[in-house]
Design a binder for this molecule. Sequence first.
Ligand SMILES: [Zn+2]
Length: 371
Amino acid sequence: MTTDPREHTKQTLAQLGIKTPDAIAQEFAELRRQFDQENINFIDIGVSAHDQSAALRLYWLGRKAGILSQITNNWLKTAPPELKPAVGQELNKLKAHIELVLEESLNHFKEQVDLQLGVPEDLSLPGIERAFGTRHLIRQTFEELQRIFTAIGFSVVEGPEIETPYYNFEALNIPEHHPARDNMDTFYIEGARSSYLLRTHTSPMQIRTMEKEKPPVRIVVPGKVYRRDNPDATHGYMFHQIEGLAVDTDITFCDFKGAVEYFAREFLGPKTKTRLRPSYFPFTEPSAEVDATCHVCGGKGCRVCKFSGWIELFGAGMVNPAVYGFVKYDPERLSGFAFGMGVDRLAMMKYGVTEVPLLFQNDVRFLRQFP
Ligand SMILES: [Zn+2]
């Protein structure tokens, strides 16, 4: 039988000339072969094969005009009583076979669809490139400064940016009437002279550390500080500082000078020389401005050093004994030095940046220059 199964099963067994159970079995075997062939044709076609599988099911199992319904009507119902059991048996076997195969095909298609939806990656394609960030120039400078000082025994501590006037001023020997405490210069939180302010320097951590720790103390304090400056090429309302403090029983001015010289050589190069100019800070006595020979011209004079040969590095000095009184350190027995560096200024000077706003505009064309 190679005819169309639909046309073939429209005829009765008598019309087809089928008279024995063997002939019936042959008829069903042929139908099964035809079904299998049609099913194989649909497998591996892809997603749309799902729809074709549904069409196959309708063609064979459809209630109204499916092949199996036609067999029931035209073969089973009209068969002579002696052939009915054979037709019924073969019909049930064919039906079970078709249902099983169609279910397997459907599962196969589902797997195909899952594969196509779930694993879209082609591992041979180039990946999505995401630009790597780099450390900001200020962060790089902080890390360099910390490396220089931790190498000679300092440890790094950080403290709060919101401070009390006591830690920011009083305990650092900056009295009530000092102009730095004016709210023209300092950001107070919720009204003038309230109980909190934005720290104007990292020095409060000197006090906080000495309150907690017995001498010897050797710390550097990196962080942000805030002052009420109008932003221009050399000022912002926020800048970065690194504070240093060393206190022990035998620290002399020589140690102070040695630390300063060591720092200048590490930061600006081995040939750098330093000089100290007298200055004034309430929390150090004596106080000094530390200058270094210009790293660009080596001291001959150039635009960077304004033709003086020297550049200003930072302010420093021996800790004012009055400060020890606030932290219950014995000023008769202890001595030490402290310094406070403007990190932004040091970075600008070293790397030739001319304007403060460049540091914080996040323009990648600028930032990319300091990978
Ligand atoms: Zn110079």
